[in-house]
Design a protein around this ligand. Structure first.
Ligand SMILES: [Mg+2]
Length: 193
């Protein structure tokens, strides 16, 4: 009897994995008088360049301003890979720390990834980084993609962790498989299906 390989359960982060805020972050920082280059925009890096108070406000505008929030595009190749995942029959989930689920769902509708790929059944909102692991464990997630190393560090229940690094800035991160694009994830997907 052969074992079916079809037991992988995929999990994704939203910001910096599904949505690309790079250009908006550069623009917004510049409006606040802080010059930031694209390679400094990943969440864990930009925090070091913006004072705490400004960062909070910065995040709010980025995620909640009706015009700005919609102007961050989906990552290149995202929909192609999501279509492949959906067709493969693998289960997949979104786990996000966004503070405002309703607004986030509307944003996903705007980008045509809700209900095409994500819906009430496979989308979860959690409060903090630790909660991501609690949720991942409940869902039986085997493969998770996040753009923050600190999140991956806390995902102790997940066996296969991928650092999404579309800007190619985490070259020294050896603990996790780095993927630089959704097209690159296709190769991994081929092995799972
Ligand atoms: Mg993220």
């Amino acid at each position: 009897m052969t074992h079916r390989k079809n037991t992988s359960v995929l999990g994704f982060d939203l910001d910096g994995v599904i949505l690309d805020h790079t250009k908006n972050k550069v623009r917004l920082a510049s409006k606040l008088g802080i010059k930031i280059s694209a390679d400094k925009t990943p969440s864990e890096i930009i925090k070091k360049h913006l004072p705490d108070k400004i960062y909070h406000n910065f995040q709010e505008i980025l995620y909640d301003d009706p015009v700005i929030s919609r102007s961050s595009p989906v990552m290149p190749g995202l929909k192609n890979t999501l279509a492949k995942i959906k067709a493969s029959g693998l289960n997949f989930f979104l786990i996000s720390r966004r503070r405002n689920p309703d607004k986030t769902v509307n944003l996903m509708k705007y980008h045509k990834i809700w209900p095409e790929y994500f819906n009430e059944k496979n989308t979860f909102f959690v409060d903090n980084k630790e909660d991501k692991d609690i949720r991942a464990k409940k869902l039986g997630i085997t493969h998770y993609i996040d753009d923050e190393i600190t999140v991956l560090n806390l995902l102790v229940s997940v066996q296969n962790k991928f650092l999404f690094d579309n800007l190619n800035v985490f070259k020294n991160s050896e603990n996790y498989t780095r993927i630089r694009s959704w097209a690159e994830f296709n190769k991994i997907l081929n092995k799972l299906t």
